[in-house]
Design a protein around this ligand. Structure first.
Ligand code: KIV
Length: 271
């Protein structure tokens, strides 16, 4: 069993050291107090309060509708549970694409109101000015390249990205721009494993993959997907570590049956 005793508090510097030592970084999404407590107790390195909350918590078809206030609510809940993991929060769609002042204000609200450790933003050269401004304010930033769900209406599909040479070249150049700006890492989503390997070799900061193969510095998955709560979503890159859908349905069925048959509560379960 993996033991979390004596593990150091995770900072961006620890992540950099992990890359240098070749120690892989384990990241999962988290959106609420109870799950964040379990993630932290298990020894996860990074909890991402992802805008995937828009999908898995709120039931939207895309990540676009979630608001800054809603992200701050999720991030604050996570922060109340965490003692060791680094907590990264997504800047939601529409809160940083306008201009760098707006981006800085959004990042400051997240840091001030939730107490989180860092923020994540999707994009490369297009968001450089905002990344610069946020980093100048002392806020750590992790980039996100490849499949960027906030741009789903531009691309129209969630298929693998950067399979063509032009897009792959832009992705490599964006990775270097984010590194040069001072980002502490880059999430690489749904790109060919060979390209992710190349990016991981050309940048000195850690890369965290989701559907980007094994030759990256760490992996991230959406919590509800890896726990098997969400059985409608089965991309090739997803490994399910539990089948909570079936266990939870079974628990609910048992409860309903016990209530209807007046088996619950028993004499011992009342005052
Ligand atoms: O919002 C999210 O969950 C993410 C991960 C898929 C990396 O950005």
């Amino acid at each position: 069993m993996y033991s979390t005793r004596d593990l150091p508090k995770i900072t961006t510097h620890v992540l950099q050291e992990m890359k240098l030592k070749g120690e892989k970084i384990a990241m999962l999404t988290g959106y609420d107090f109870s799950m964040a407590k379990l993630l932290d107790e298990a020894g996860i390195d990074i909890i991402l309060v992802g805008d995937s909350a828009s999908n898995v918590m709120a039931g939207h078809a895309t990540t676009l509708p979630i608001t800054l206030d809603q992200m701050i609510y999720h991030a604050s809940s996570v922060m109340r549970a965490v003692t060791r993991a680094l907590v990264v929060v997504d800047l939601p769609f529409g809160t940083y694409q306008g201009n760098s002042k707006e981006a800085l204000n959004s990042a400051i609200r997240i840091m001030k109101e939730s107490g989180a450790n860092a923020i994540k933003m999707e994009g490369g050269s297009e968001i450089k000015e905002s990344v610069d401004r946020i980093l100048s304010a002392g806020i750590p930033v992790i980039g996100h390249l490849g499949l960027t769900p906030q741009s789903i209406n531009k691309f129209g599909t969630y298929v693998v990205r950067a399979t063509e040479e032009g897009e792959a070249d832009k992705l490599k150049s964006d990775a270097l721009i984010l590194e040069e700006a001072g980002c502490f890492g880059i999430v690489l989503e749904k790109i060919p494993a060979e390209l992710a390997k190349e990016v991981t070799e050309i940048v000195k900061i850690p890369t965290i993959g989701i559907g980007a193969g094994a030759d990256v510095d760490g992996q991230v998955l959406v919590l509800h997907d890896m726990l098997g709560l969400n059985i409608d979503f089965s991309p090739r890159f997803l490994r399910r570590y539990e089948n909570l859908h079936d266990s939870v349905i079974k628990a609910f069925h048992n409860y309903i049956e016990d209530v209807k048959s007046v088996d619950f509560p028993s004499d011992k379960e009342q005052y």
